[in-house]
Design a protein around this ligand. Structure first.
Ligand SMILES: Cc1cc2nc3c(=O)[nH]c(=O)nc-3n(C[C@H](O)[C@H](O)[C@H](O)COP(=O)(O)OP(=O)(O)OC[C@H]3O[C@@H](n4cnc5c(N)ncnc54)[C@H](O)[C@@H]3O)c2cc1C
Length: 371
C-alpha cells in the first residue's frame, strides 16, 4: 500500500510542501491535506484587507486547488485529535484519516475566555477571514450612525487593526467612528521605546484613544469592563489579546511545551513520535521558544518539506536553524508603516512601501502555484 502523508492545516509553514506536493505523488506517496477553508489567508496583509488596501484575492492562497491540481486529496474539515498509537487523525465531522507521516501547521487562535454571553459584533483578529466579516459590519454601521469601536489588546495586531479601521472609515464611511484601544499594560510594551513613540504619535494624530494600565476583565456584546471597574460601551469589539497554539496537541495528550504547542526537536519532529512533524504558531521549539510570528513559519518551510520527504524515504533528517533577528514592519493604515530590525528603526511611507513590496512578492510566489 502507498505510504500516506497527511498535512493538518495549509498554513505558512506548509507553503513549500504544498508547492512541491507533486514531488511526493511522483514518488508514489499518497498526500491528504485537511483544512477548514478552501483558502489560506496571509496574516501579514490581513489588516490591509480590513481597510480595503488589499482585496481578499490579493492575500489568499487557493489551498484546495493547489492540492488537487497536483494529485493530492483535500479534505474540508478540522482536525480535533491525533491518536499516535493507531496513527489516526480525528476530524470535527466525525471522519478519521490514518497516516504514515503527519505534519501539523494548524496555527494559533485568539482566546475568547474573557467574553461572556453571545458574540454578536465581537470579532477576533484570527482567523484572518474574520476580518472580512468585521469589515462588512463596520461599513454597514458607519453608513448609518456614529459608532464606537473597541480593540482589546496592546500589541502589534491591535495597532494595525486600529490604524486600518481608521482608513476603512475614512474611505467608506459617512460617520467617522470613535476608535479606542484597551492596551492592558502599555501599548507595544515589548518593543523599543522609539517604535512605541512612533506608534503613539501615529494613533494620537488620528484621534485614536489608548487606554492603558487597566486590563479588560469581561467583554460582552456592546461593553468592555476593565479591572478597575470602569465600563466602556462599544458597538464593535475586536479581540487582539495575543494568540495561543491550536489545542489539538494538548487534547490528544501529545508532549507539548509550556504554551500547549506541539513540542518538537531540532528536526521539527515531535519529541515522542518521530512520524509527527509541525511548524508555525502551533509548535513549541524545544531548543528555544520562538515568537509567534510568520517569519519563523516561513523559515521552517524548506526544512519541513525536506524532513517529510526524508521520513517517507527513510533517509536522514535536516536540522532547523531559527536564524537571527528578524524584520518587522507594521502597517499603520495611512500609507505609512513602522519598521524595526535590531537598531534600525524608522517610520513613514518608505516603511510601508517596503512591507507592501515584500508582502506582494511573497504572495506572487504562491499565486504562481495556482496557475
Ligand atoms: C492581524 C495579524 C497580523 C500579523 N502580521 C504579521 C506580520 O506582518 N509578520 C509576521 O511575521 N507575523 C505576523 N502575524 C503573526 C502571524 O499571523 C503568525 O505567526 C502566522 O500566521 C503563523 O503561521 P501559521 O501557518 O503557523 O498559522 P496560520 O496562519 O494561523 O495558519 C494555520 C492554518 O491552519 C488551518 N487550521 C487551523 N486549525 C486547523 C485544524 N484544527 N485542522 C486543520 N487545519 C487547521 C487554518 O485554516 C490556517 O489555514 C500577524 C498576526 C495577526 C493576527
Amino acid at each position: 500500500m502507498k505510504k500516506h502523508l497527511v498535512l493538518v492545516g495549509g498554513g505558512h509553514a506548509h507553503m513549500v510542501t504544498l508547492k512541491n506536493l507533486h514531488a511526493f505523488i511522483d514518488k508514489g506517496y499518497k498526500v491528504t491535506v485537511v483544512g477548514p477553508s478552501h483558502y489560506h489567508y496571509y496574516s501579514g496583509m490581513g489588516p490591509g484587507m480590513l481597510s480595503r488596501t488589499y482585496s481578499p484575492d490579493d492575500i489568499r492562497f487557493a489551498t484546495e486547488h493547489v492540492v488537487t491540481k497536483q494529485g493530492g486529496n483535500f479534505v474540508l474539515d478540522k482536525a480535533v485529535k491525533i491518536e499516535p498509537s493507531s496513527r489516526t487523525v480525528y476530524l470535527e465531522s466525525g471522519d478519521t484519516i490514518t497516516y504514515d507521516v503527519l505534519s501539523c501547521n494548524a496555527g494559533s487562535y485568539v482566546p475568547w475566555d474573557k467574553v461572556a454571553g453571545d458574540r454578536t459584533d465581537i470579532f477576533s483578529v484570527k482567523p484572518i477571514e474574520t476580518l472580512l466579516a468585521a469589515q462588512k459590519r463596520i461599513v454597514q454601521l458607519i453608513g448609518q450612525k456614529k459608532i464606537t469601536i473597541g480593540i482589546v489588546g496592546g500589541g502589534p495586531s491591535s495597532l494595525e487593526i486600529a490604524g486600518n479601521i481608521w482608513k476603512l472609515a475614512k474611505d467608506n464611511g459617512k460617520f467617522q467612528p470613535t476608535i479606542q484601544i484597551f492596551a492592558g499594560s502599555e501599548l507595544m510594551s515589548r518593543f523599543h521605546e522609539k517604535i512605541r513613540k512612533m506608534a503613539y504619535r501615529s494613533l494620537r494624530k488620528r484621534n485614536i484613544d489608548i487606554i492603558e494600565h487597566d486590563y479588560a476583565k469581561e467583554i460582552s456584546t456592546g461593553q468592555i469592563s476593565l479591572e478597575s471597574g470602569k465600563r466602556y460601551a462599544a458597538d464593535i469589539i475586536f479581540l487582539a489579546v495575543g494568540v495561543k497554539p491550536a489545542t489539538i496537541f494538548k487534547d490528544s495528550g501529545l508532549p507539548t511545551g509550556p504554551d500547549d504547542g506541539l513540542l518538537v526537536n531540532k528536526f521539527l519532529q515531535s519529541v515522542e513520535h518521530p512520524e509527527i512533524f509541525g511548524g508555525g504558531d502551533c509548535i513549541y521549539f524545544q531548543d528555544q521558544p520562538l515568537d509567534k510570528v510568520g517569519v519563523y513559519a516561513v523559515r521552517e518551510n524548506p526544512v519541513l518539506f525536506y524532513n517529510l520527504m526524508a521520513t517517507l524515504d527513510g533517509t536522514e533528517l535536516q536540522e532547523f536553524d531559527p536564524g537571527g533577528s528578524y524584520l518587522l514592519i507594521f502597517n499603520l493604515g495611512d500609507g505609512k508603516g513602522i519598521l524595526g530590525k535590531n537598531s534600525l528603526m524608522f517610520g513613514g511611507r518608505l516603511a510601508f512601501m517596503i512591507k507592501d513590496y515584500i508582502d506582494r512578492k511573497f504572495m506572487r510566489e504562491f499565486h504562481e502555484m495556482e496557475k
